[in-house]
Ligand binder design. Structure first.
Ligand code: SAM
Length: 367
């Protein structure tokens, strides 16, 4: 699989993830005669070839830069072309842990969608594992098939993945090649409860099998939980990943007296501004009347902007000085802030386990 090996230098034909900015990563296929363009200028692929992965690449006009990164399933999740909603790494991590996805695990996944989950599964189960992925939408199936082929994921071409074009709710999970038996199942479907009864033939006979249903609505979870119970699954539990990244920061301590003084200063400033406006209006009115009557104005000229009284020295200093976090002239306290930039999907995760001893009874009762 293209995402499971590391190499040092970028070569012609490589698939790379170009890091454009914190929230902008894109897949790029390196072709010597092509040029990548963005708002910072042109980046000829020929200049990328031979560069070390992770190295900064400047545009020809030296107005900006990008980084070329080796694709991993985690980077692919951030860069992939979206065809559907996808599962993000924080959810994938807990799903893998609960389903015990490791090297050698055999997994069923439905539906394939944009294949964010498929890439993570295929990499983690490795050459001794298997991924059976199902998608009923014709063009999504074709796109995923081409993607899996390009990424060397398909079984028979160094890979471990079978992709099937099939409606699993209607037609189940049968495959032509051999009886299908798996250790783990991941369902990201609108109606998982319709697919669950078909699974009983495919759970492992020798060890426990685990399932996860990923659904955004509680009603879907309830229906899936009932279907799991009816099919003999146990240890049914639901989790929700509410992923937050906490950042340790400093916040300025402002004492009550300082705050009151500041408010007074702002108020004084406002009053002064109001008085100045009133005075200017009075003088302008006087000037206009004098001009009408053909007499010289007796009072002073209206104040111009340059006559605006300056701010108090303390105020000017405060306005002009950009206070750096942790500046020793000020008092600070340590706080935790949430970083809201992290991408995660807010679906519920329903888990259950199937034990091999339950199997014979259930197969008999479904026959
Ligand atoms: N887990 C995927 C990912 O991380 O990219 C996203 C899956 S997407 C939300 C759901 C997919 O399931 C869609 O592509 C849809 O076409 C497919 N699907 C829905 N019902 C299906 C069914 N009965 N059989 C097979 N695929 C189905």
């Amino acid at each position: 699989m293209v995402f499971s090996k590391y190499k040092e230098f970028v070569e012609d034909g490589d698939l790379v993830v170009a890091w454009i900015g914190r929230n902008k990563l894109i897949p790029l296929k390196i072709e010597a005669d092509q040029t990548f363009h963005n708002q910072y200028g042109a980046f000829p692929h020929s200049e990328m070839i031979g560069k070390r992965y992770g190295q900064q690449i400047s545009s020809t006009a030296k107005q900006g830069f990008i980084y070329l990164l080796q694709p991993t399933p985690e980077l692919w999740t951030l860069a992939l072309p979206h065809r559907t909603q996808i599962v993000y790494t924080p959810d994938i991590s807990i799903i893998f842990q609960k389903l015990r996805i490791v090297h050698g695990t055999r997994v069923i996944e439905a539906g394939t969608g944009s294949a964010s989950m498929s890439h993570a599964l295929s990499r983690t189960v490795g050459p001794s594992g298997k991924l059976y992925s199902y998608e009923y939408h014709a063009s999504r199936y074709q796109t995923a098939l081409q993607e899996f082929r390009d990424h060397n994921m398909l079984e028979g071409i160094n890979g471990n993945t079978h992709l099937m074009h099939r409606d699993v709710c209607k037609d189940g999970f049968e495959i032509k090649e051999s009886p299908l038996e798996v250790d783990a199942i991941f369902l990201d479907l609108p109606a998982p409860w319709e697919a669950i009864p078909h699974l009983i033939k495919h759970v492992s006979r020798n060890s426990s099998s685990r399932i996860c249903c990923f659904s955004p609505c509680m009603e879907q979870i309830q229906r899936s939980a009932s279907a799991l119970q009816d099919s003999g699954w146990c240890d049914i539990e639901m989790l929700e990943v509410s992923y937050k990244q906490w950042a340790a920061r400093k916040t300025r301590v402002i004492h009550i007296n300082d705050a009151i003084n500041r408010l007074k200063e702002v108020k004084r400033h406002r009053t002064e501004g109001f008085e100045r406006r009133k005075e200017r209006q009075r003088l302008e009115k006087q000037l206009a009347e004098s001009a009408e009557n053909g007499v010289e104005p007796t009072d002073s000229q209206p104040s111009t902007p340059s006559e605006t009284p300056s701010k108090s020295p303390a105020m000017t200093e405060k306005v002009n000085k950009r206070i750096r976090e942790g500046d020793e002239d000020y008092e600070w306290s340590n706080v935790a802030r949430v970083d809201s930039n992290l991408k995660s999907h807010t679906s519920y995760l329903l888990f259950a386990v199937h034990l091999p001893s339950q199997l014979d009874n259930e197969i008999e009762s479904t026959e």
